[in-house]
Every structure is written in structure tokens, then in C-alpha cells.
Design a protein around this ligand. Structure first.
Ligand code: LLP
Length: 384
């Protein structure tokens, strides 16, 4: 595949950089693959909006029939604005404010994923005041090690997320006995950028054991929500433009024993949108250091913070270079030494004005951009 088939470089030349480019045809292919791979009874995917809330992306995902996993009032509003029905919206997060809870209840969202006893208490009070019943699921900490970066590991005891197993019985009792709450089931999430199926298999084993234990006590769950976390190939985006959704959903199909009529919910974020997005940036200067060459680009950590924050590496391509390959450190213009996209990147000889694509940036890219150094937020360009 040549560069020109993947990217409309001529069009890029007439756009001010930096900007996020979204390949909506690839997004559509990805959504189609998710739909096919998850076509088991009771399976529902809620797209984790925190990964990318660009309206063009959101409206494509809602049109494909997916629900939305939200973590703030702003995300609930954006979901509703971009075509997700309230009945397809779930709301998670450890710090839901009273105003956000009220917004969710008034909109009629389908579930609050509750993370503490204190939060359950407040949701109950607000629902009672509004004269409605709040649908709730309890987020359980399953203590499965996802072997991912410590900043994005969430399923191990003890951290701010979820409810410890020991505290679960009292909270189920509260959720099932209150006439202002409707108990829906359990919610789990073990971490993000998980490329090995084993942790998901272990999660299934934990859920099986938990269900056996609670069913024996006469407690049943209508819904099991296994969160998100499926990873993508950052090093070879063109070899794996669509993540391996078959293996992922098959793991749950083989390992998780659902009860008759039970719903299984997924909250995939990164795997849905990462590969369809690239950050397109222009080389401002090529700087010859003593022992290194720097390609200084016009995008920085304010546009894509993942390398600086998680030591993540995104594949970098010189879309306009033709000469022999040389090694460059690709750096942004921001006054921080962590504003580096890559060191010793082997690229066709770089010249001032070249266009680079920083790949696999559709997830946790644009949405995490900031105005640090009073830079403009990155623009977006969408494939026709
Ligand atoms: N559900 C819950 C409860 C979550 O906390 C998350 C992500 C997801 C679903 C979606 O996970 P995904 O399928 O995208 O892995 N900014 C970081 C990732 C933070 C993930 C936070 N939670 C990054 O750039 O790697």
C-alpha cells in the first residue's frame, strides 16, 4: 500500500497543521467487524466516549447502533446531541456530581455504574426527590492483573475504582431493597491496552465464580458489564488496522457462563477508534545537534499527550519524504523535555515543510488535547 492511498496528501497540503485526520471508511469497517464478531445473544457494545468525542466520529458510531459509555455530564450531553438514545447510555465514574446524576436521571439513561456506597446513597436520594427509579449496576474490583501500564491498570485492589468484594453484599442489599433504585447487575473493568486475551479469560472465571456464589444465595444479575480494554497494534497499524475482535468476543463466549436472558455489556473505546485517527503535523525545522538530528514539528504534547504521559510510542511516518532513511528525534515545540514523539526514528530524509503522520491517534488523542502554552486546540479533517 502506498502512502498516497492511505492519506490524501494533496488535500493535507492545503490544510493548516497540526490536525487530526479521521478515516471514516476505516471506522465503518471497524464498526462492521465489531457488529459481526459480537453477534451473540444478549451482547451489547457501549462505545467508551472518553476515547474520542469528535462529533463526526460519534455520529458514525451511534448510526451503527452502538450505545455510549459516558463518564461526565458533558459526555451524556454529547451522546444525546450525536444520536445516541438515552436508553443506550450508561454512566460511570468515581466522582459523579449531584448535577450530573440529576442530568442522567432526567434524561432517562439506562444505567449508573456505581463505584461506592456514598455514591449509591446520593443517587437514591436524588432519584427519590425526582420521583423516579435510578437503574444501577455496582462496579466490582475483580483483582485481575491486566499487565498494562500502571497508569491505566484499574482492576487491582485497592484503588479509587470500584467496590471491594467484601463490601458488595451490603451494597446489593441496599440496591435491591430501595424503592428508588432498580438493581441491574455488576460492572467490571480491568484496564486498557490489553493485547493478550488471558486477562479477559481470568475476568470471566472471576465472574463465573461470583455468579455461582450469589445465585446460590438467591441473588441474580440481569446485566454483566465487562468494561473495555481491548488493545491495538501501535507499531504496525497497517498490518492490523482492525483489532482482533473475533478472539476478544470469542473469549467471553467460550469462558463466561451467562444465565438465560442475561445481557452482557462491553465498553470498548480505544479498539473502536484508535486506528482510524492520525495526527498530521508539519516539520518546522530540522535541527542538527552534536550527535543527533531533531525533526521539530508543529504538533506537541498539547495535541497528543500519550507519549509524554504514558511513554507511549505511536508510529511516525514522513508522508512527503523521498530520500534515503536517516535517524531523527521527532519533537514538538513545547517548553518541556517530555515533548518528544519518538527518538531515533528511521525516516526518509526530512526537510523543512515535510508532512508527518503520527499514527493510531484516534483514541485518547484529540480528546486529551489542552491549550498548554496557549496553543490552539488541534483542528480535525475527515475523509470524504
Ligand atoms: N470502561 C471503563 C470503566 C473505563 O475506565 C475505560 C477506560 C473504558 C471502559 C474504555 O477502555 P478502552 O476500551 O479504551 O481501553 N488515556 C489512556 C487510557 C485511559 C483509559 C481509561 N478508562 C490512554 O491514552 O492510554
Amino acid at each position: 500500500m502506498t502512502t498516497d492511498q492511505r492519506f490524501p496528501v494533496a488535500r493535507f497540503n492545503s490544510e493548516p497543521t497540526p490536525f487530526y485526520y479521521y478515516d471514516l471508511a476505516l471506522l465503518d469497517r471497524t464498526l462492521e467487524e465489531i457488529r459481526n464478531a459480537s453477534a451473540y445473544p444478549g451482547y451489547h457494545v457501549h462505545y467508551a466516549m472518553k476515547a474520542n468525542a469528535n462529533p463526526a466520529v460519534l455520529s458514525r458510531i451511534s448510526a451503527a447502533g452502538f450505545g455510549a459509555d459516558t463518564v461526565s455530564g458533558g459526555e451524556i450531553e454529547a451522546a444525546l446531541r450525536n444520536g445516541f438514545p438515552a436508553s443506550g447510555i450508561v454512566f460511570a465514574g468515581v466522582g459523579k456530581t449531584d448535577a450530573e446524576i440529576e442530568l442522567g436521571l432526567r434524561a432517562g439513561i439506562s444505567c449508573f455504574n456505581v463505584e461506592s456506597a456514598a455514591e449509591l446513597e446520593v443517587i437514591e436520594q436524588i432519584a427519590r426527590r425526582l420521583g423516579v427509579k435510578a437503574p444501577v449496576a455496582l462496579r466490582v474490583n475483580p483483582e485481575v492483573d491486566a499487565h498494562t501500564h500502571h497508569y491505566i491498570t484499574t482492576g487491582l485492589a485497592e484503588n479509587k475504582f470500584g467496590i471491594a468484594m467484601t463490601m458488595l453484599p451490603a451494597m446489593i442489599e441496599k440496591a435491591t431493597s430501595s424503592d428508588s433504585l432498580t438493581f441491574r447487575g455488576l460492572h467490571f473493568h480491568i484496564g486498557s491496552q490489553i493485547t493478550d486475551q488471558a486477562p479477559f479469560g481470568l475476568l470471566c472465571d472471576r465472574i463465573n465464580a461470583l455468579q455461582d456464589e450469589y445465585n446460590a444465595r438467591g441473588i441474580h444479575f440481569d446485566t454483566i458489564n465487562v468494561g473495555g480494554g481491548l488493545g491495538i497494534d501501535y507499531e504496525n497499524p497497517d498490518s492490523h488496522p482492525v483489532p482482533d475482535f473475533r478472539s476478544y468476543f470469542d473469549t467471553f463466549h467460550r469462558r463466561l457462563r451467562l444465565r438465560p436472558g442475561q445481557q452482557l455489556h462491553f465498553e470498548l473505546g480505544r479498539a473502536v477508534v484508535a486506528q482510524c485517527g492520525s495526527l498530521i503535523t508539519r516539520v518546522i525545522y530540522v535541527k542538527d545537534g552534536v550527535a543527533r538530528k531533531f525533526a521539530i514539528v508543529d504538533a506537541g504534547m498539547s495535541d497528543l499527550i500519550r507519549p509524554a504521559l504514558y511513554e507511549a510510542h505511536h508510529k511516525i511516518e514522513n508522508l512527503t519524504g523521498h530520500g534515503p532513511e536517516e535517524k531523527y528525534d521527532v519533537v514538538g515545540p513545547i517548553c518541556e523535555s517530555s515533548d518528544v514523539f519518538g527518538t531515533d526514528e528511521l525516516l526518509p530524509r526530512v526537510e523543512r515543510g515535510d508532512l508527518f503522520a503520527i499514527r493510531s491517534a484516534g483514541a485518547y488523542g484529540e480528546v486529551m488535547a489542552s491549550r498548554y502554552n496557549l496553543r490552539r486546540l488541534p483542528a480535525t479533517v475527515v475523509s470524504q
